[in-house]
Design a protein around this ligand. Structure first.
Ligand code: FES
Length: 115
């Protein structure tokens, strides 16, 4: 975690996140996973599957979704909700890119992943 720019936290360079992969950011509230889809779109979610807390950052990214490595739930990166018949939701964090840097909402980071 780096500098705080207004209400946004600079958490690293866009270049540091592999395409169709993720990078994790450790916070006092738990890990955050920043994903980059094949089309370059970035998403930030708490790194905790809504099923049993699996590390979504280690899942397979396809389209704007990730498949959890533990039991294959598919989680939307756009909304954090489980797809198909599975029910659950992981909190998403507002993200913006400024000068090639990834910035996350400081408020959302402070609020943590929820229950
Ligand atoms: S913990 Fe993610 S599918 Fe079970």
């Amino acid at each position: 975690m780096n500098a705080m720019v207004g209400e946004w936290l600079d958490v690293g360079s866009v270049e540091d996140v592999p395409r169709r992969g993720a990078r994790t950011i450790a916070t006092g509230q738990g890990a955050i996973a920043v994903f980059k889809a094949a089309d370059g779109t970035l998403f930030a979610l708490w790194d905790r599957c809504p099923h049993r807390g699996g590390p979504l950052s280690q899942g397979i990214v396809h389209g704007h979704a990730v498949t959890c490595p533990l039991h294959n739930w598919v989680i939307s990166l756009e909304t954090g909700t489980a797809q198909g018949a599975d029910k659950g939701c992981v909190r998403k964090l507002p993200l913006k890119v400024e000068d090639g840097r990834i910035c996350l909402s400081a408020q959302a980071v402070a609020a943590g992943p929820g229950a």
